[in-house]
Write a protein that binds this ligand. Sequence first.
Ligand SMILES: NC(=O)c1ccc[n+]([C@@H]2O[C@H](COP(=O)([O-])OP(=O)(O)OC[C@H]3O[C@@H](n4cnc5c(N)ncnc54)[C@H](OP(=O)(O)O)[C@@H]3O)[C@@H](O)[C@H]2O)c1
Length: 301
Amino acid sequence: MRLLVVGANGLLGSNVVRAGQQRDWDVCGTYHSTQPDFAIPLVQFDLQAYNEFETIIEEVDPDVVINCAAMTDVDGCDTDPETARMVNSSAPGALAAQCATREIQFVHVSTDYVFDGTTRDLYSETADPNPVQVYGESKLAGEQAVREEDTAALVVRLSFVWGIHRIRSELTGFPAWVRGQLQAGEEVTLFTDQWLTPTRAGQAADVLLDLIDHDASGLFHVACASCVTPYEFGEMIAEVGGYDAELLDAGSMNDADRDATRPAYSCLDVSCVDATLDQSQPTLREDVDVVRDVFESTYIW
Ligand SMILES: NC(=O)c1ccc[n+]([C@@H]2O[C@H](COP(=O)([O-])OP(=O)(O)OC[C@H]3O[C@@H](n4cnc5c(N)ncnc54)[C@H](OP(=O)(O)O)[C@@H]3O)[C@@H](O)[C@H]2O)c1
């Protein structure tokens, strides 16, 4: 299998490269600003110049393309909506069209932020999206463009992505920040009024490749099986790492001064991917245990 990973230098992209290598797939990648230190063929590519992708796929001749690249800065999307729409909406649609023409399988990654968070029921793939910030709007438009251009495309929504960045070999995302605060003995304020299903990047990468192996197409939610608050995630980190849980302070989303609104609830229902792959998505605790060492206070990088 020849796999082309768009955005090989990102958290998810680096894990997809690694997962492909572990399966002995023939992996190639694109990067945006920084060339990753992977021993695979790499080419620089800016999603804003999406017409140049045609030359890349002619040269690489992949069986499957996974688009892990996006403008992921939620507040940055609100302040620069034009770039957000170009990178998160127009570009994925153009890539999907170019892959469809050549009968290359196209896989696109989206977000739980397509939902408004007004329910307290898990969001299934059939739930109506209603994004409340430019990031979510641009990602939803990207999903729609991909599915219009390529009816066989696979679109996967993730939630609150964290994990080990496979180029820098370091914990990345929310838990890295929490661990850093706790390690330094500093108080950390975490929301008790936001609910998510944190997705470990390494787990999502494996599930993406499993779905490709199953010839899956259409829309899937991929996340852990636990709907938690950031505060509860922080409690787990403190417990696993052996840190003082007294340093955790309960906070509210309403007190955060940010450009973009976030949904208060964006937990994803993963029963569809469970049924398709005939395996359950891990609980958050199981995901944390997979990389348990990096949370421990005695861990040396
Ligand atoms: N992070 C989350 O909590 C979260 C939650 C739900 C869904 N998702 C989705 O999951 C996917 C992967 O996200 P991630 O967590 O791995 O984010 P990430 O680490 O920020 O990676 C994003 C990647 O996109 C690249 N990129 C940004 N602008 C680009 C451009 N104009 N042209 C080409 N590449 C560009 C970045 O490269 P540079 O760094 O070089 O610019 C980076 O490699 C995205 O589709 C995201 O929307 C993320």
